[in-house]
Design a protein around this ligand. Structure first.
Ligand code: GLY
Ligand code: MN
Ligand code: MN
Length: 439
């Protein structure tokens, strides 16, 4: 039932990269290691996004090699061998043959043979495309192979350059295809269902972790998992931007800010809604909320091909500053308040980041020191907020301890912004209506 990326599209990505690296290049990608949580328990395994983007393969201890016109084929994988005993304990493995038949590899070898085989592949290349610094262990091994080739030059030839693979690959990942947008839409749908469920389940006296459980339930029953640690922040906890304790009781009369998105088939959603614990906004809460909502809507309108990356942020800053001024929280002339950054104690983060396989997805924000232009297929969040610290000076008491953020996921198109999270209530009326029809 779920949207996924087809084998054909994975092959297309590999061909695109093969074209970019050229005849005498070789690209090498090692996937993520398994990570120990404590002693002999592990975190759930998550492959490296770059590796998975090109291979669709999810097993640890794997290395992918792409070489245009390579003797062993253009797409070669090293992976774990099949092993009856280990598969009995840990589950099925593809093994080299499975990677050839199911993942389109031209050839595949046991990962234990990499020392014998990969140097021979490097020998035929001038440039090694590789992301240095992601895995220090693998960096070390790769440099070892290249050094050995250099030391034995009379036997053969060594590549003369290591080139940053991330530049090429991250530029590719920045532009989402139709099928990627479909998976992202599914990811957003699951997260929206979770937010709706939480709004309806929310009650004064409930603990933040109980509300978090509503999200977890909805994610897991849809084959998804959190794409980052959920923030469930009642009252003034919302003024701590990365509050993840989620340990306190939700109080009658407070707002709760929930920043929770999921990862589905390796694509993330990232959604924030802020709603009243008891189902009704108080007047000051509503006043501030309307400012954030206006900033969110206007910034979303600025997500258009040809606009600068920073345009939505500039729009959000202007709206937030204008709103804070109208409410008397800031005083002075609007242009000066914006120029001087007077809004920053209340809106201290940026409005957007790229979104994709990673919640803070890859891709440059600037090109040659200037903000890049938005182009169709780019996906980003729009997430303005206002946070009035509990001890904010010079701010009337009734505003203090209120934190609000409204975050949506948006794809740039040739026309209107494609808001993947549009169906999730964000207006005061829609939120109050949904919460009054609670389960
Ligand atoms: N959830 C992290 C963020 O909004 O960027
Ligand atoms: Mn975000
Ligand atoms: Mn978020």
């Amino acid at each position: 039932m779920g949207a996924a990326i087809a084998a054909k599209e994975l092959a297309k990505r590999r061909h695109q990269l093969l074209d970019l690296i050229g005849a005498d290049g070789i690209a090498i990608l090692s996937t993520a290691p398994e990570r120990v949580r404590s002693r002999d328990t592990h975190y759930a395994y998550r492959p490296d996004s770059d590796f998975h983007y090109l291979t669709g393969f999810s097993e640890p201890e794997s290395v992918a090699v792409l070489t245009p016109g390579g003797k062993h084929g253009e797409f070669v994988v090293f992976c774990r061998e099949r092993n009856k005993e280990r598969e009995l304990w840990d589950g099925a493995r593809s093994g080299p043959n499975g990677v050839i038949s199911d993942f389109g590899a031209d050839d595949a070898y046991p990962i234990t043979d990499i020392d014998d085989i990969l140097p021979g592949m490097l020998e035929r290349s001038e440039r090694v495309y590789y992301s240095m610094g992601v895995s220090p262990d693998f960096d070390h091994r790769l440099l070892g192979w290249i050094n050995d080739l250099n030391a034995n030059r009379q036997r053969g030839h060594a590549p003369s350059e290591i080139v940053a693979l991330d530049h090429l690959l991250h530029e590719m990942r920045l532009y989402k295809s139709r099928s990627e947008v479909s998976v992202m839409r599914r990811s957003a749908q699951i997260a929206m269902t979770a937010h709706r469920r939480a709004m309806q389940a929310c009650r004064p006296g409930m603990y933040e972790y109980e509300l978090e459980a509503e999200y977890m339930y909805e994610f897991r029953r849809n084959d998804a998992q959190p794409s980052y640690l959920p923030i469930v922040a009642g009252g003034a906890n919302a003024c701590v931007l990365h509050y993840i304790d989620n340990s306190e009781a939700l109080r009658d009369g407070d707002l709760v800010l929930v920043d929770a998105g999921c990862e589905y088939n390796m694509y993330a959603s990232d959604i924030t809604r802020t709603f009243p614990v008891n189902g009704e906004f108080s007047e000051p809460q509503r006043d501030l909320y309307e400012v954030v909502l206006a900033a969110n809507k206007m910034a979303t309108e600025a997500v258009r091909a040809g606009n600068h990356w920073n345009d939505p942020h500039d729009v959000a800053v202007k709206e937030v500053t204008r709103g804070l001024r109208e409410l008397g929280i800031l005083t002075g002339r609007l242009p000066a308040l914006i120029r001087d950054g007077s809004y920053r104690p209340f809106f201290m983060h940026r409005t957007s980041h790229w979104l994709g396989s990673d919640v803070h997805d890859v891709g440059d924000y600037r090109i040659d020191e200037t903000w890049r232009l938005l182009e169709p297929g780019m996906a980003l969040t729009i997430e303005p907020g206002i946070y009035i610290q509990p001890r904010a000076r010079g701010v009337a008491k009734h505003w203090r301890g209120i934190g609000i953020r409204i975050e949506d996921d948006v794809v740039v198109t040739r026309k209107e912004p494609n808001v993947l999270t549009k169906q999730l209530p964000s207006t005061v009326a829609d939120i109050e209506s949904l919460m009054s029809h609670s389960s």
